[in-house]
Design a protein around this ligand. Structure first.
Ligand code: C2G
Length: 132
């Protein structure tokens, strides 16, 4: 069984997230998603609208996702890859090059981001609409 892993906040889920999850799954048979805890998001200087538990429930409902685990720190990836016997690590190419050190442990794939959509854009657009 080929196992794939990817990491992210996945807040206010949108088609950019769905695209990368679908494409990550296509690399194997089992996809684990490590989603950032609220505490780790604070370290990423990100504040998610939905809590970790809510984001976890939403991701677990996606057909491409087989398992959701917490992401508590930047440097848990090697341990995750070994513990979960991961073959392929997939991330959007905004992270290109950042995780190449994982190549000692698994295949590393960066996929093109979906253009024109982001959680930040959603929040900004909504704010503008609500302010009239
Ligand atoms: N993504 C994408 N296209 C978009 C938006 C996001 O392909 N339009 C991808 C990102 O490249 C990432 C994943 O969706 O691979 C999740 O994005 P975020 O929730 O923004 O995650 P991020 O804050 O990048 O956290 O340790 C890694 C970090 O946890 C990644």
């Amino acid at each position: 069984m080929k196992k794939v892993i990817t990491y992210g906040t996945f807040d206010l889920l949108h088609t950019g997230h769905i695209n990368i999850l679908r494409r990550a799954k296509e690399f194997g048979d089992y996809l684990i998603v490590a989603i950032s805890t609220d505490e780790f998001n604070a370290l990423k200087d990100k504040e998610a609208y939905y809590t970790f538990e809510q984001r976890k429930s939403i991701l677990e409902a996606i057909r491409y996702v087989d398992e959701v685990i917490p992401e508590n720190s930047w440097d848990q990836k090697v341990e995750d890859v070994q513990k979960h016997d991961i073959d392929i690590f997939v991330m959007g190419d905004d992270w290109k090059g950042k995780f190449d050190s994982l190549q000692d442990f698994c295949e590393v794939v960066y996929l093109p981001r979906t253009v024109g959509i982001s959680t930040t854009k959603t929040k900004t657009d909504l704010k503008r609409t609500n302010n009239g």
